[in-house]
Design a protein around this ligand. Structure first.
Ligand code: PAF
Length: 283
């Protein structure tokens, strides 16, 4: 394992692998690594000669400066965790904000065909421009054969699929299932900010999605929507931000089910100021 701090160095090191026709897998992260990230790294290790893991807390994707300030930073532990999963060639790329952005810390504006305005796009204005900007920069530096993203951020995954298309790039995007705590709570770096009791209570998000999965196909979408709203109406710990059932491709919320379309249920909620999201495939 090698730690690399500059894009220039990384580019030089990668040239050696490219010249030897080695495949490169890339796992972009913002650190505070958990089992979900490690499963992406394991999958990348399994399928590539070299794996690059980036750790970079991207300032332009935080629409809330407090969220950026409070984002957990656990660099030493992250490096130890990465070390523990792999024996193949692995670079950990930890650039500075200046290395990535120079002096202009701002986002480009993208047209992702409308999916950027749904759900997270509505509640976190500018978020996907920030994600698109940093991932494009990272893709240009690493130019991997494959890049790995978790399904927990399903909307981000679809945004990245469109980004690759916009870039005219051949990078293959590999999606990996959501890693969960034993109680069902989707693993997230933000969970580190929850107390043990809050984590236990937060598993209600997953239990709600599981019930919705059972209801889907039998009950009307409007009934399911109301049922979910009722589950959280008097909840003193979880504050529901949105719940919706959407077409997997357009991410538009739906009221009517078409059996030829794949749907997912999406949920976002707050526990205090900690924002949690989750989703589940319905058919
Ligand atoms: O999912 C994340 O951790 C981030 O959004 C990503 C893809 C690393 C871009 O900063």
């Amino acid at each position: 394992m090698k730690i690399i701090n500059s894009s220039l160095d990384l580019g030089k090191q990668l040239q050696i692998y490219r010249a030897a026709a080695k495949s490169v897998g890339f796992v972009p992260t913002m650190g505070a690594l958990h089992q979900g990230h490690l499963s992406l790294i394991q999958e990348a290790v399994r399928c590539n000669d070299l794996v690059v893991v980036s750790i970079f807390v991207n300032p332009t994707q935080f629409n809330n400066s407090k969220d950026l300030e409070q984002y957990p930073k656990t660099l030493e532990r992250d490096v130890l965790k990465i070390k523990s999963v792999t024996s193949t060639d692995l670079f950990v790329f930890i650039p500075s904000v200046e290395d990535i952005y120079g002096t202009d810390i701002s986002s480009n504006s993208f047209d992702f065909g409308g999916i950027e305005h749904q759900m997270e796009g509505q509640f976190r204005p500018g978020h996907f421009d920030g994600v698109g900007t940093v991932v494009q920069k990272l893709f240009n530096t690493v130019n991997p054969d494959r890049a790995y993203f978790g399904e927990k951020d399903f909307q981000q995954l679809q945004i990245i699929n469109r980004l690759v298309h916009i870039m005219g790039s051949k990078i293959s995007i590999v999606s990996c299932p959501i890693a969960r705590e034993p109680n069902g709570l989707a693993m997230s770096s933000r969970n580190a900010r929850l107390t043990t009791q809050e984590k236990e209570h937060a598993s209600k998000l997953y239990r709600t999605l599981k019930t919705v999965q059972h209801q889907f196909g039998t009950d009307d979408v409007s009934y399911i929507q109301e049922w979910v709203n009722n589950q959280f109406k008097d909840d003193e710990i979880i504050s529901l931000e949105y719940f919706q059932i959407s077409d997997e491709l357009t991410l538009k919320s739906t009221q009517k089910i078409n059996t030829n379309i794949k749907y997912r249920a999406f949920i976002a909620a707050y526990i205090r100021d900690v924002r949690l999201i989750d989703n589940i495939a319905l058919n």
